[in-house]
Design a protein around this ligand. Structure first.
Ligand SMILES: [Zn+2]
Length: 325
């Protein structure tokens, strides 16, 4: 199974009517910030205290010129006002010794590298970084489009067992647009410190057609515009108050060499997984664990809880920024 089945649940007329009644208010709160002129850049920026960051996007946020920057050593991202920073064009060559550029470089021979399939195309079915550095494990959750609500109970119990646990959530744009209240709840959990969330892009539309082979599915569907898929979800995250991380997870973990290269040129680290719990052996030290808290894969959440109870998940949970060497 490459992808969990979708829900065919129907929503009653009255539930829809109730949703419609509250929609305008929710919409007003969600779209609290306006992003315009959102575009990729690659700049070296120097801050007011002498710090150095690399800007990978530039935008107008509520009219102010803002850069999405990456710390080239810690891989932390932040939104910075360009008025307080001095930014100049740079090149990948000039930055090649930084940890960030090393994390972006393909790792020849790594098991997650695209391999050649019969059609002559290179295909990776665990596209990107599949295993992290050091001890402990890296917990990631994918929010693929879903008709079901976010599994808040799962996240609450995680926060009870491991308060402040780092968690990388891969967000698809369609999930975000349809789950505004769930997203706001996640933001409030992050603000209160219950969970430490890194926001990972998971494409805007997350194409998926049941029964199609991986090589023709997901972002390998004809006509997919990877740039639009990447930038649109980042913009949505920023408009709703979040800061995108420097990571991107391919839907289905599927990509080919062309998509991997295009992603690298947008300066995003492809995030794979070696422990998609419903498909893989139990996690070990350094594992990148994948569950789906979007309501579509309850079996994975149960497995996670059982492994945690039995002490079979390598601890501590680590921040995804620590995963690349
Ligand atoms: Zn997905």
């Amino acid at each position: 199974m490459r992808h969990p089945p979708r829900s065919n649940a129907t929503i009653s007329f009255w539930a829809l009517a109730a949703l419609a009644a509250i929609a305008p208010r929710v919409e007003a709160r969600e779209a609290a910030r306006r992003v315009a002129d959102y575009r990729p850049v690659f700049l070296e920026c120097h801050g007011p205290s002498g710090e150095t960051r690399l800007a990978i996007r530039r935008m107008r946020l509520d009219g102010e010129r803002i850069a999405l920057t990456v710390d080239p050593a810690t891989l932390e991202t932040s939104l910075e006002p360009e008025s307080a920073w001095r930014c100049l064009e740079t090149t990948e060559e000039a930055q090649q010794e930084t940890r960030f550029m090393r994390a972006l470089r393909p790792r020849p021979g790594a098991p997650d590298e695209p391999r050649l399939v019969a059609s002559g195309r290179s295909l990776s079915i665990s596209a990107g970084l599949g295993h992290g550095a050091g001890a402990g494990s890296y917990l990631t959750g994918d929010l693929c489009p879903s008709r079901r609500p976010l599994d808040r109970d799962f996240l609450r119990s995680l926060a009870d067992v491991a308060p402040g646990a780092p968690l990388a959530l891969s967000v698809s744009g369609l999930w975000l647009e349809r789950h505004g209240a769930d997203f706001d709840w996640l933001m409030s959990e992050a603000a209160s410190g219950s969970l430490r969330i890194a926001w990972v892009g998971h494409s805007y539309s997350h194409p998926y057609a049941p029964r199609l082979a991986d090589a023709q599915n997901y972002l390998l569907r004809p006509g997919v515009d990877l740039d639009a898929e990447i930038l649109r979800v980042e913009k949505l995250l920023i408009e709703r108050g979040a800061t995108p991380s420097a990571f991107f997870r391919f839907p289905g973990l599927v990509a080919d060499a062309r998509l991997m290269e295009k992603l690298r040129r947008r300066h995003l680290i492809a995030l794979g997984a070696d422990a998609w719990l419903v498909l893989s052996p139990a996690p070990r030290d350094g594992s990148i664990v994948l569950v789906h808290p979007n309501g579509n894969e309850p079996a994975g959440l149960r497995l996670f809880s059982r492994l945690l109870e039995q002490g079979r998940l390598p601890l501590p949970f680590r921040r995804i920024e620590e995963a690349p060497e």
